[in-house]
Write a protein that binds this ligand. Structure first.
Ligand code: ZN
Ligand code: ZN
Length: 355
């Protein structure tokens, strides 16, 4: 990972932000800029200088992971150390991440009289386009999820509970080398599939159930995200039709992706298929989101969304239809944005699998 290049890209924005330095406090942004993987670190960057802050728990780790920046290990509170370093460096206007800093921390950071300039989505915006090394980690994470899907579909049996299957998915990913799971695994059987984000419970698997699974693996800090809905035994005609519509909607979304289109246009391409089939009200969420150091990041694919997709972004396309009392179907894949189209990252089949 080329941290120096990322830092230069951030520095290039200081003029536009009318600030003489930028303080990044959000963990994924700090990791992106410095490579620091601990849970508490902050990085201050002026045009010439850089300072990294952490507490005593991470002193050694920071020395190893962030060797090129001057490091400040503070005994108690980041804000106090920050204010002191701003004074030492003679900084007067410092841009900060308004979506991350709490009101109370903001008060303490401003104590020595430095002007704090609120900003939004500055480092997040740099993160949209994935470098080759990042794209490779996303692929590694997804490869684990693909293999997990293949393995666990062979282990579905009557009587298995949602919770047991979720645990099996999680441990399979860990056995296959995942650092962690990307997010809490979603497993929904039968009518529970009507909830987009059902928390796995005691419902046991019965013949005729659709099984919706949304899960991902973490590799090198990068998240994968995939949903598959399979049929355990022959599904009803209604659910077969729903599956077919969701599959077409997903393909329409993928087909609409290329460099320069808006997230809103991609959402509409997919949503239109669901609307024409008469299920508009049953598609209850946005079409997709960027994935990377966070499971949900930009650009966003949602109704009316104005984010313009750049080449090299990786987004999910995940239409769903949810019918109360009946069940639900969602199919989700990670897609890389290309200059003239899109390249799906997963290899797991998207056609309906009947077990
Ligand atoms: Zn998902
Ligand atoms: Zn997702």
């Amino acid at each position: 990972m080329d941290f120096a290049r990322r830092i230069e890209r951030l520095r290039a924005q200081l003029d536009r932000l009318e600030a003489d330095a930028f303080i990044s406090t959000s963990s994924p942004n700090v990791r992106y800029l410095t490579g620091f993987t601990g849970s508490n670190g902050q990085v201050l960057l002026s045009a010439q200088r850089g300072a990294f802050f952490t507490d005593g728990r991470y002193e050694r780790q920071a020395a190893h992971e962030v060797p090129d920046l001057e490091r400040f290990v503070y005994p108690a509170e980041f804000a106090v150390a920050f204010a002191e370093v701003c004074r030492q460096l003679g900084l007067s206007r410092v841009a900060f991440e308004a979506e991350d800093v709490t009101v109370s921390s903001h008060e303490a950071m401003g104590k020595t009289g430095v002007d704090l300039v609120p900003t939004r989505q500055v480092v997040e915006g740099l993160r949209w386009v994935k470098e080759n090394a990042e794209r490779a980690l996303l692929g590694d994470a997804q490869a684990i999820a693909d293999r997990t899907f293949e393995e666990i579909t062979g282990r579905l049996r009557e009587g298995l509970t949602e919770r047991e299957l979720a645990l099996d998915i999680d441990t399979t990913m860990r056995h296959l080398g995942a650092e962690a799971v990307s997010f809490e695994t979603i497993v929904a059987f039968g009518e529970n599939g009507a909830e987009p984000h059902h928390a796995p419970g005691d419902r046991s698997l019965r013949r005729g159930d659709m099984v919706k699974m949304d899960f991902g693996a973490l590799m090198g800090g990068y998240h994968s995200d995939m949903t598959r809905t399979v049929a355990f035994g022959e599904p009803s005609g209604e659910l077969r039709d729903v599956y077919e519509v969701v599959g077409r909607a997903q393909q329409a979304g993928i087909d609409a992706i290329r460099e320069g289109v808006t997230g809103g246009a991609v959402d509409e391409a997919s949503r239109g298929v669901i609307r024409e089939a008469g299920f508009d009200r049953a598609f209850k969420h946005g079409l997709g989101h960027g994935v990377g150091l966070q499971i949900h990041e930009g650009p966003s694919l949602r109704r009316g969304g104005a984010d313009v997709l750049p080449k090299g972004a990786v987004v999910t396309v995940e239409p769903g239809i949810y019918l109360d009392g009946v069940g639900g179907v969602r199919i989700e894949d990670m897609i890389e944005v290309l200059s003239d189209g899109a390249a799906p990252i997963p290899t797991a089949p998207r056609e309906l699998i009947v077990l």
